[in-house]
Design a protein around this ligand. Structure first.
Ligand code: UT7
Length: 310
């Protein structure tokens, strides 16, 4: 039986122009640049745009990068926890603005959303789609209490996209692992119309375990070990979470993609944003294996092992 796998053929990101530094936040919050850098690794973040506008920018660039036109895209999968409206899905706005004729829907798996989206896209390609646009976008500023120093210093806006295209043979998404532990919902949530509430220390503690657990599961399913991985692309929430997870996985920080110093935590966008910068810096070569791993509210976690074969 012939196989129908997926390859990543396009990738791009988008950040709003407006940069907010820690020093800017010092003016309105009881915080310091030094505290934020020491506890999180964040120096500045981008704030602005809508989930649709950022998605259109990164999605459009990813389609062009793949050498395709919007007419070639069969389905838009938009991972977001901050849709512009309750109904319809923001993916439909993106579809319309990009001039795509295919299907469109949102998924919400919080900060694990992009890796969930890639997994869904992989399945859509396996069952007949030719080209799937997977987007991760969040405008977390819209659900952040800017007077709450425990969250306002962390969250920001951004977008990243990848095009998955059908290929003869096995998929380059070699193994995935998706989990959720709904019993931990109270650790990070926003009621409808409300702002994010977080028990930061508990999120931290659980995040490390779930990133490591889903990473090991995805590696096992891919039939590879951590030593085969050239680049780890983690969710960008806190440099200390990433360091702790990588220590447990046995990964050197030189092999980890980091952008949170200048992006903050952009939720669904953080993994593709980090990947796009690493690729632009020449940190991946054809044939390399990449581990993408994220965690977030829900409490969700998701990891994927991908062979880079653009
Ligand atoms: O995508 C997933 C989203 N969320 C996360 O990944 C968050 C995971 N958690 C974290 O990243 C960390 O727990 C935080 C960065 C949120 C907090 O760091 P921490 O080292 O766990 O600090 P803490 O909560 O234990 O707070 C230490 C102190 C407290 O003061 P006291 O009680 O020791 O007097 C806080 O009130 O730091 C205080 N504090 C701040 N001080 C200055 C909390 N936020 C700030 C702030 N500036 N922005």
């Amino acid at each position: 039986m012939s196989q129908r796998g997926a390859r990543i053929t396009g990738w791009a990101s988008a950040l709003p122009d407006n940069v907010v530094t820690n020093h800017d936040l010092e003016k309105t919050l009881d915080t310091t640049h030094e505290w934020i850098v020491e506890r999180t690794g964040i120096h500045s973040r981008h704030i602005g745009g809508t989930t649709a506008s950022l998605s259109v920018e990164s999605g459009g660039k990813a389609i062009a990068r793949a050498g395709l036109t919007p007419a070639d895209i069969d389905i838009v999968v938009l991972a977001t926890t901050t849709p512009d409206r309750q109904v319809p899905a923001t993916a439909s706005t993106v579809q319309q603005e990009l001039g795509i004729k295919g299907g469109a829907f949102d998924i919400n798996a919080a900060c694990s959303g992009f890796v969930y989206g890639l997994t869904v896209g992989n399945g859509l390609v396996a069952t007949g789609a030719q080209h799937v646009l997977v987007i991760g976008t969040d405008t977390l500023r819209t659900i952040t209490d800017w007077d709450d120093r425990s969250t306002a210093v962390l969250f920001a806006d951004g977008s990243g996209s990848m095009v998955l295209s059908a290929t003869d043979g096995p998929s380059n998404i070699l193994g995935t692992s998706l989990t959720s532990d709904g019993s931990l919902e109270r650790l990070l949530f926003a009621e409808r119309g409300g702002n994010l509430q977080m028990v930061g220390k508990e999120v931290f503690r659980n995040a490390v375990g779930y990133m490591v657990g889903t990473s090991r599961d995805a590696l096992h399913k891919a039939g590879v070990t951590i030593d085969d991985i050239s680049l780890v692309v983690p969710h960008q929430a806190n440099i200390r979470i990433i360091e702790a997870a990588c220590r447990r996985l046995g990964v050197e920080m030189d092999n980890v993609a980091i952008v949170l110093d200048h992006t903050g935590n952009t939720s669904s966008a953080s993994v593709p944003l980090a990947f796009v910068e690493a690729e632009a810096a020449g940190r991946v070569a054809p044939g390399d294996l990449i581990l993408m791993t994220g965690f977030g509210a829900g409490m969700t976690a998701a990891s994927a092992v991908i062979r880079w074969d653009p």
